[in-house]
Design a protein around this ligand. Structure first.
Ligand code: ATP
Ligand code: MG
Ligand code: FE
Length: 345
């Protein structure tokens, strides 16, 4: 089955073609990062307009890279949510329009299920069951995964997501949006012993997270350095390092707990923050210690992409799931607990 995947939930237009026999045949992405950078964050109306401009040419590119004609498509999958409603509607209406014209099935996919299963596109994919840490711009969740659509939420952030905290810390440090990669780069030269930031919610049992306090902590540290006339490049790097260590250490502690609690030996880490090198290094050591394994998507599939949507769509479409003709879905808020395995599985 050849499935075209379309992702437009936020600030990247992603398209891919997944063939259930041959695997991923092609993928393409247009990131709007440069366009939003001057505003310091995503401007929803600009995002929708840009998806409208980019989507059809990207679909053309993917089809020609894959050597597949429109008529050879078997189905279309698109991100139905969660995300920015205007941005979602661009992908949803394009997918439904194309599917109607080609008379093939179409399915709205959950964006976080896409992130969660993105490691399935790699050469040595994880087997079920596993523990998943979803760490992106809008989510920080630990999920016990038994199979496609069988997800149990173990814990999540009660306030900011880890990626959001990176983005806010970056702003305070005068770095560009999106902040994660910029903070990580600056942190490389920082002294890890100069400041120690708290590891929120690790002193009590449970698998929930809280990252908003770290924001305040970062701001306080920067203000104090400024007041003392010590806020130079080296000091900024030290703050970035302390911040990154605190976030990474907190994530590692909770992953360890989730593995203990479930007795599982496989950990999947996905979403934008899973690209973080320090996090990967620490989780590598931690899982090796307990003869567990850790799985990630390849670098460019950590953040938003069409491949993960094509993949999840293909699994569900194969099982016979599809949208009602003419009823596109665009669901801005959509908790993942509501997902179910495809009917008949
Ligand atoms: P969601 O998937 O929750 O709706 P999103 O789609 O905006 O949110 P992603 O595209 O998965 O999130 O990830 C983007 C986030 O990942 C940003 O917050 C960014 O700062 C962060 N990020 C990307 N690379 C790194 C890195 N190397 N270190 C830390 N954070 C990173
Ligand atoms: Mg993004
Ligand atoms: Fe995302």
């Amino acid at each position: 089955m050849r499935v075209l995947g379309i992702e437009t939930s936020c600030d990247e237009t992603g398209v891919a073609l997944y063939d259930t026999e041959r695997g991923l045949a092609a993928d393409a992405l247009h990131s709007q990062i440069a366009m939003h950078a001057e505003y310091g964050g995503v401007v929803p109306e600009l995002a929708s307009r840009d998806h409208t401009r980019r989507l059809l040419p990207l679909i053309q590119t993917v089809l020609s890279d894959a050597g597949v004609s429109r008529g050879e498509l078997d189905a279309i999958a698109y991100t139905a949510g969660p995300g920015l409603v205007g941005a979602l509607m661009v992908g949803a209406s394009t997918a439904h329009g194309m599917a109607r014209a080609l008379d093939i099935p179409v399915l709205g996919v959950h964006h976080m299920e896409g992130h969660l299963l993105a490691p399935m596109l790699e050469d040595a994919p994880p087997a079920f069951p596993f523990v998943a840490l979803l760490v992106s711009g809008g989510h920080t969740q630990l999920v016990e995964v038994e199979g496609l659509g069988r997800y149990r939420l173990l814990g999540e952030s009660v306030d900011d997501a880890a990626g959001e905290a990176f983005d806010k810390a970056a702003k305070m440090l005068g770095l560009d949006y999106p902040g994660g990669p910029a903070v990580a780069r600056l942190a490389e030269t920082g002294d890890p012993t100069r400041f120690r930031f708290p590891r929120p919610m690790t002193d009590r049992p449970g698998l929930d997270f809280s990252f908003s306090g770290l924001k305040t902590h970062t701001l306080t540290a920067i203000r104090k350095l400024e007041a003392d006339g010590e806020l130079d490049d080296a000091a900024r790097a030290d703050v970035a390092r302390a911040f990154e260590e605190a976030v990474v250490d907190t994530l590692v502690i909770k992953c360890r707990r989730a593995l203990d609690q479930t007795g599982l030996k496989r950990l999947v880490v996905a979403g934008g923050v899973s690209a973080n090198a320090r996090l990967r290094e620490r989780l590598g050591l931690e899982t090796a210690k307990r003869s567990a394994e850790v799985f990630y998507p390849r670098g460019r599939f950590c953040t938003d992409n069409g491949a993960m949507i094509a993949y999840v769509g293909a699994q569900r479409l194969l099982a016979g799931e599809h949208d009602t003709v003419g009823q596109m879905q665009a669901v801005p808020r959509w908790p993942m607990d509501g997902l179910e395995p495809p009917a008949g599985r």
